[in-house]
Structure formats: structure tokens, C-alpha cells
Design a protein around this ligand. Structure first.
Ligand code: UD1
Ligand code: MN
Length: 452
């Protein structure tokens, strides 16, 4: 019992001693602390803060990475395409250049429409590229791909300066084309057709795009060029009676257009080209029988057109500056150089375009044309019409069409029997402050392929 008490006493003593010692040291003022130590502490604190910031930064980056990975996976699932496909290809015999095509699909629900620029040997392609880059709203949405034919070194050097804002592909087959003796002077048209065939195959079958906007290297671009195609894209997708959207009005000269009506668009049976959009389904159809030359007149033949129409604007969104080219410069001097390029930006993608679908448009169009008052060319020219609103000039024969068109300054030629800008035989234009229809009879039976 006594021994037990002694142990207890010793244990209590030891505990008390430890307790006392602990508190003495715990609460002891740091007499040893010197100014040097406080600097060291401050440095340490700064280091710790830096470490903390670093960790937070790292954390943020990881979060971003995970987010991006999710988006990548979503894109793959939704669009079925890779976010970024980099194609390195060595084309041409000298292998000097490795053109690459960079395609991005940032937004899976967004539309990606490449712009395919045809180039050959004109260094002025820079004028076209400068404007495309100036007005392009989004490089991911509108990748620009220049396709060069002709192997011209100087032109290639110019195009190379635009990489990576634009991509360059090169038409590899530079062999001499066999041309029928009578068509020797039209060799250029054979080369253009070969180039078109190759480049469109690349766009649709190699790069797998769903649609494309075609531009030639001698075209000026309007500020709302991209917006025009973006706004009309859904029409091309939905309406099977449409096969192209064109930026060009063949009769788009000052004096024949309403300069205040930048937003006005039409349907036309005449394929205008010169800045136009097509989709893959059409290329699948045309590529199988693509011609060796004169592709634009070939496409206008009934076998190809199959009564499909294009959309064209009141005021052109392109203008050609290619006075010297494969075709004769006379056409340029007489006509092309007078085409007015639109200046006012129209927000097409925010506008309702459904009035351009066939059912809606045709009904409204036929009504407007055939309810308008018939006038003679003389009355129109002399402004002798008492009432406001649209008027109609009637033509019955090829000759009367040509005569009236010429007097009014309209294009008077036909391709596969279709006059330029015609829709259901009717040429719509603006003259002396009013809309005018140069129209056949209401019982019109379709275009006559013999009219040329
Ligand atoms: C005309 C048409 C053009 C059409 C061509 C085909 C007009 C104003 N132009 O060409 O839209 O595509 O007929 O019938 O109506 N090119 C090559 N390889 C060559 C030569 C030219 O790829 O060997 C390219 C040019 O770079 C240009 C395009 O083909 O992008 C048209 O050539 P151009 O010289 O401008 O001929 P146009 O007479 O305007
Ligand atoms: Mn041209």
C-alpha cells in the first residue's frame, strides 16, 4: 500500500514537472529571434504564397484541360469529325512546299464552310486574299484554301506569305492537255475544268467538307460576302429545288439595280457562278461526269441543271477585276467592269429567308409579275407611266427579247436557252425608280434550248 502511494507520488511529480517544463518553453518569448530571422521568415512566407499561387494556377489549367477534353469528346460524338486535322502533303514534283490544310471545328453545332480560291499565275491573287481576310468573321468557320494550278513560282511565293491564315494546295497534274485541233485557242478552259475537278474532289472527298464557297483569284469581295452565304446556307440545305447560292448579279450594273435594296435576293434559273456555294450532294452528282472543258456552260445544260435554281442578290457581293484572263477582255470592258459591288452590310443570318423557298417564292413572284401593268419600252424610257409600282414589258420571240434587252442595257445572251438572271423566263431589274419585269406570256412553256 505504501509502495503504491510512493509510485503515485513519483508519477504525479514527473507529470507535474513535464507539464511545467512544457508551458515554460511553450510561452517563452523568442529571445533568440534576430532581424535576420524575420527577413528569412518573410522570404519563406513569399515562397509559400508563390507555391500556393502555383498550385492554384495548375489547378485552373487542369480544370481547363478537362473542360477541353469534354468538348473534344462531344465534338467527336456530335459532328463525327476530328477537331483538328492537319494534313501534310508534299505535292508537285520539286517537293519544295508542304502545303497543309488546317481545319478546325470549334463549335459542333456551327457550320464550317471552306472558301476555295482558284489561282493560277496572277500575283494579284493577293487583292482577293486581302479582302477575304479583311471580311472573314471567323477563321474557324471559314477556312480559306487556295488551290493553285499552273505551278507559277511567283504566284506561289505570294500565296505562301498568307500561310497560316490561308492554306495552300496545288493541282499536281501539270501535263499538257490533249485539245481538239479546232479548240487549241481554248486550251485554258480545259485547264480550268481539270483544276476545278481536282480541287472539288479534294474539298469533298479528301477533306470531307459538306459545302464550299468557290472564289476565283480575280474577284473583289463585298463586306457582307460571308454573311450572305451564312444566311442563305440553310436554304441550300433544305430546298432541293436550289442547287447553288451565287454572289453575282449578271445584270448588276448601276442603272439596272436598286441601290437602296442591298437585302433583296432572287431565285434564278441561270447559273451565275462568280462567287458561289454548292454542297457535297451536288458534287457527288456532278463529279461523276465532270466535263473536260467549259465547265460553266456545261453546268447550265438541262441534263445538269434539272430545273434547279440559284439564289442571286440584287447587288453583287463579288466583282471581277480580271481584265486579262482566259476569256477575251472585251467582255470585261463592255460589261463586267460596270457591275456594282455591294457596300452596305446586311445581317442575312439574322433575317428570315423562308420567302426564298420555292413554294412561297413562286406564288408571290408569279402574282407580282403578272399583276403588274404592261408597258412599252418607249413609255418606260420616257417615264410616261402615271402610276407607281412595278411594270412589265412583254416579249414573245427570241428576237424581241434580244432587242429589248439590248435597248435597256441588259445582257441579251442565252445559255441552254436561259437568259441571264431569268426565273421562269422573267428578267427582273430596276429601272428609273421602279421594278421592271421583262417577261414572256403567262402561258410560258419553259426555256427553248434553241434560243441562243
Ligand atoms: C471564265 C469565267 C470563270 C469560269 C471560266 C471557265 C467569267 C468572268 N469568268 O473564266 O468563272 O471558271 O470561264 O469556263 O465569266 N485558272 C486555272 N488554270 C489555268 C487558268 C486559269 O486554274 O490554267 C483559274 C484562274 O486562276 C481563275 C479561273 O481559273 O481563278 C478563271 O480563269 P480566268 O483567267 O479568270 O478566266 P475567265 O475568262 O474569267
Ligand atoms: Mn476571270
Amino acid at each position: 500500500m505504501r509502495i503504491k502511494r510512493t509510485y503515485c507520488l513519483i508519477a504525479t511529480f514527473i507529470f507535474s514537472w513535464i507539464f511545467l517544463l512544457y508551458f515554460t518553453f511553450q510561452n517563452r518569448p523568442n529571445l533568440a529571434s534576430t532581424p535576420n530571422d524575420s527577413i528569412a521568415n518573410q522570404v519563406l512566407e513569399v515562397d509559400i504564397r508563390k507555391l500556393e499561387d502555383g498550385i492554384q494556377e495548375e489547378f485552373k489549367k487542369n480544370k481547363e484541360m478537362v473542360h477541353n477534353l469534354h468538348r473534344f469528346m462531344d465534338n467527336k460524338k456530335v459532328a463525327g469529325v476530328e477537331i483538328e486535322i492537319e494534313k501534310e502533303k508534299a505535292l508537285g514534283s520539286d517537293n519544295k512546299l508542304s502545303p497543309h490544310v488546317l481545319m478546325r471545328n470549334k463549335d459542333p453545332s456551327g457550320i464550317v464552310i471552306p472558301v476555295l480560291v482558284f489561282a493560277c499565275n496572277r500575283i494579284t491573287v493577293s487583292r482577293c486574299l486581302d479582302q477575304l481576310l479583311q471580311y472573314r468573321p471567323d477563321p474557324d468557320q471559314f477556312p480559306i484554301i487556295v488551290s493553285q494550278d499552273c505551278n507559277d513560282e511567283q504566284t506561289r511565293t505570294v500565296i505562301n506569305k498568307y500561310i497560316p491564315q490561308v492554306s495552300l494546295i496545288q493541282q499536281p497534274d501539270q501535263s499538257e492537255i490533249e485539245v481538239p485541233p479546232k479548240e487549241k485557242k481554248f486550251r485554258g478552259y480545259f485547264k480550268i475544268a481539270r483544276h476545278y475537278g481536282w480541287a472539288l474532289n479534294e474539298i469533298f472527298f479528301n477533306f470531307n467538307f459538306k459545302s464550299v464557297i468557290i472564289v476565283e483569284d480575280d474577284l473583289d469581295i463585298a463586306p457582307d460576302f460571308f454573311e450572305y452565304f451564312l444566311g442563305t446556307y440553310p436554304l441550300l440545305e433544305k430546298d432541293p429545288t436550289l442547287w447553288c447560292i451565287s454572289a453575282w448579279n449578271d445584270n448588276g450594273k448601276v442603272g439596272l439595280i436598286d441601290e437602296k435594296q442591298s437585302e433583296t435576293l432572287y431565285r434564278t434559273d441561270f447559273f451565275p457562278g462568280l462567287g458561289w456555294m454548292l454542297n457535297k450532294a451536288l458534287w457527288q452528282e456532278l463529279s461523276a461526269k465532270w466535263p473536260r472543258s467549259y465547265w460553266d456552260d456545261w453546268i447550265r445544260q438541262p441534263e445538269q441543271r434539272k430545273e434547279r435554281a440559284c439564289i442571286r442578290p440584287e447587288i453583287s457581293r463579288t466583282r471581277t477585276f480580271g481584265k486579262i484572263g482566259v476569256s477575251n477582255g472585251l467582255f470585261y470592258e463592255k460589261h463586267l467592269k460596270y457591275i456594282k459591288l455591294n457596300e452596305k452590310f446586311v445581317p442575312f443570318s439574322k433575317m428570315n429567308m423562308s420567302y426564298l423557298t420555292r413554294e412561297v417564292y413562286d406564288k408571290q413572284f408569279i402574282n407580282a409579275v403578272y399583276q403588274s401593268a404592261v408597258v412599252s419600252y418607249q413609255e418606260l424610257r420616257e417615264g410616261k407611266i402615271a402610276h407607281d409600282g412595278p411594270v412589265r414589258i412583254v416579249y414573245y420571240t427570241k428576237e424581241s427579247f434580244k432587242r429589248t434587252a439590248k435597248m435597256l442595257g441588259l445582257m441579251d445572251d442565252f445559255r441552254s436557252g436561259v437568259p441571264r438572271t431569268a426565273y421562269r423566263g422573267v428578267i427582273t431589274f430596276f429601272y428609273k425608280g421602279r421594278t421592271v419585269y421583262l417577261a414572256p406570256n403567262l402561258n410560258w412553256k419553259g426555256y427553248d434550248i434553241k434560243w441562243s
